[in-house]
Write a protein that binds this ligand. Structure first.
Ligand code: DOR
Ligand code: ZN
Length: 345
């Protein structure tokens, strides 16, 4: 049987929610990943180190016994974020980044920033204290076509930020376009991007051909095939500016299969398997470890994990759903057969 052992990977972009949903999903991530960067878009959002540490406690409580998993936290940047909040992160062991959501861009982003120039003093502090800014890079103006929102954000907002704060570490989260790949490549080693399984494996046809497929609806939305190809080329290039971030985002089945369905794909159940499938198809399995396990840790200036994880080429069928009642989650590839499987430790 074909096997692949790599350094234990990390997921640099993850939503786990709280309460019963957290308890439904967290074991999936803990089984595969050594660490994850937990997104702060709860209701209400996680805005201070104290709030992040109490959320982190809830996550630790929800972990299976013997889990080898460290949640790392991000804070939600708002118009009320202060330089003191930034300083507090600079001395925190577990809170490692700020997340910028343009107001209204996605799930629970109402508290996000509507006027980016208003937070320039905070960006200056992030640059000074060398704290990464994680960016949901989409404009939200009603006139802007949803398929153009990432490109326009990079052109009209993020390039200014990168120019004004040249040493600021920026992660273009869940990059979805060739424009985002070019943006990252055009900047220095302080500008990187995470790539999700859904944006690497699917184009917008998956969402819209043969009926509307709500479980492929996420933000930024899936794009045309040439964009997907640019993301794939970046992922398998071995360039350390591109690393793994699933953006696994659980929503209940009822809220996804809805007249106004929520944005988010759930991939934590098979994250590494999905990436392995892609890297294998690209004849680039030798590049998976850098992408999944090394480059993200290096970017965050954290030690690489010192344990390993093994994947085997062993078919298995993804369940039709996980969880129950209002925590029923339909995963990517529900009911389908995957060719790779993570070996239980
Ligand atoms: O599809 C998405 N779901 N994109 C995001 O930016 C947020 C996420 C969520 O929290 O559900
Ligand atoms: Zn996200």
């Amino acid at each position: 049987m074909e096997k692949l052992s790599i350094t234990r990977p990390d997921d640099w972009h993850l939503h786990v929610r709280n309460g019963a949903m957290l308890r439904t999903v967290i074991a999936h991530t803990a089984q595969q990943f050594g660490r994850a960067m937990i997104m702060p878009n709860l209701k209400p959002p996680i805005c201070t180190v104290a709030e992040a540490l109490s959320y982190r406690e809830e996550i630790l409580q929800a972990l299976p016994k013997n889990a080898d998993f460290t949640p790392l936290m991000s804070l939600y940047l708002t118009a009320n974020t202060t330089v003191e909040d930034v300083k507090a992160v600079s001395s925190s062991e577990f809170v490692k980044a700020f997340k910028l959501y343009p107001a209204g861009a996605t799930t629970n982003s109402d508290a996000g920033v509507s006027q980016l120039s208003g937070i320039y003093p905070i960006l200056e502090a992030l640059e000074k204290y060398d704290i990464p800014l994680l960016v949901h890079g989409e404009v939200t103006s009603a006139e802007c076509d949803i398929f153009d929102r990432e490109r326009v954000f990079l052109e009209t907002q993020l390039s200014d930020i990168a120019q004004k704060f040249p040493a600021l570490r920026i992660v273009v989260e869940h990059a979805t376009t060739k424009d985002a790949v070019q943006f990252v490549l055009a900047h220095g080693p302080n500008v990187a991007a995470t790539l999700t399984p859904q944006h690497l494996l699917y184009n917008r046809n998956a969402l819209l051909v043969g009926g509307i497929k709500p479980h492929f609806y996420c933000l930024p939305i899936l794009k045309r095939e040439p964009h997907r190809q640019a993301l794939v080329a970046a992922a398998v290039s071995g360039n350390p500016k591109f690393f793994l971030g699933t953006d696994s985002a659980p929503h209940s089945q009822a809220l996804k299969e809805n007249h106004c369905g929520c944005a988010g794909c759930y991939s934590a159940h098979a994250a590494l398997e999905l990436y392995a499938e892609l890297f294998e198809a690209e004849n680039a399995l030798d590049k998976l470890e850098g992408f999944a396990s090394l480059y993200g840790a290096d970017f965050y200036r954290l030690p690489r994990n010192n344990s390993t994880i093994t994947l085997t080429k062993q078919e298995w069928r993804v369940p039709a759903s996980y969880g129950e009642a209002e925590c029923t989650v339909i995963p990517l590839r529900a009911g389908e057969v995957l060719r790779w499987q993570v070996v239980a430790p």
